[in-house]
Design a binder for this molecule. Structure first.
Ligand code: HPA
Length: 264
């Protein structure tokens, strides 16, 4: 089996299952030592792009059971250097209403029991740098690309990652907000960490689908998240494809490449 090749990847989160704009798209299965990954590979304006729905095409894998290691390893093996990830999130800030887009720049990790690292089981002990958990270069590019299209994307924000799959209690939300969190989701960890460990540029644009538990007075539902995502998914998808098209070809100097200490 020959490995498909791609330079860029879009990881589609909740509500983003369709690669839509990809030309010459073909389905591929990539086998890694962590498991097999299904993705779609194609082109947009001559750039080779892999599209990977994080929860599977029919949203069958819950956030705490996503095979994050296989996903990131598959993209790295295909030659991907830049990952653009979507994420459905709840908002803890009144100013970030449903429909708002946030190019996050920090995280608070409240997961437990997920795989933490590639660097175990005989791999050299490695402490990856997390000063910039999300690639600042890609974040700036996304914000600028959005501005050109008249779309507002908040430049920075702190993503609180919970274990899920349950939503949070209002008391947890009050605590996260006091700690400096802006939005809450269930998937950015360990995805961003593993991407950094493999020396990849990784960015997330979070889409606010709801105010967090206890803020609106109403109970939360997964359907509400899906409905809000469905309204705006085309905006997010177009933004990612436009950002990839605008990315200059040689990015070998990015600090993301050596965040794991050059052991790559
Ligand atoms: N909490 C956690 N994850 C989410 C939420 C939320 O309120 N909305 C969408 N994903």
């Amino acid at each position: 089996m020959t490995l498909p090749v791609a330079d860029y990847a879009i990881i589609g989160g909740t509500g983003v299952y369709d690669p839509a704009l990809l030309e010459h798209a073909r389905e591929e299965e990539v086998t890694t030592r962590y498991g097999a990954v299904n993705c779609t590979v194609g082109e947009y304006q001559g750039k080779r792009i892999a599209f990977l729905p994080r929860h599977g095409k029919r949203h069958h894998t819950p956030p705490h059971q996503v095979n994050y290691k296989a996903n990131i390893q598959a993209l790295a093996d295909m030659g991907v250097k830049h990952i653009f990830a979507t994420a459905a999130v709840g908002s803890m800030r009144l100013a970030l209403a449903p429909g708002a887009l946030v190019a996050v720049d920090q995280f608070l990790d409240f997961t437990r029991g997920r795989p933490l690292t590639f660097f175990e089981d005989g791999e050299p002990v490695t402490h990856v740098d997390m000063t910039d958990p999300y690639c600042p270069r890609l974040r700036r590019l996304l914000v600028a690309t959005a501005a050109r299209a008249g779309i507002t994307v908040a430049n920075g924000g702190t993503y609180v990652c919970t274990e899920g799959p349950r939503f949070e209690s209002p008391a947890e939300i009050r605590m996260f907000a006091q700690l400096g969190g802006d939005v809450v989701g269930m998937t950015s960890i360990p995805e961003t960490v593993l991407a950094k460990e493999r020396g990849l540029c990784y960015s997330t644009v979070a889409m606010v689908t709801n105010y967090c538990a206890g803020m609106s007075g109403a109970a939360l539902s997964h359907q509400e998240v899906l409905d809000e995502m469905a309204k705006n998914v085309h905006v997010l998808r177009k933004l990612f494809f436009d950002a990839i098209a605008a990315l200059p070809p040689d990015e070998s100097g990015c600090a993301c490449r050596t965040a794991a200490g050059g052991s790559l």
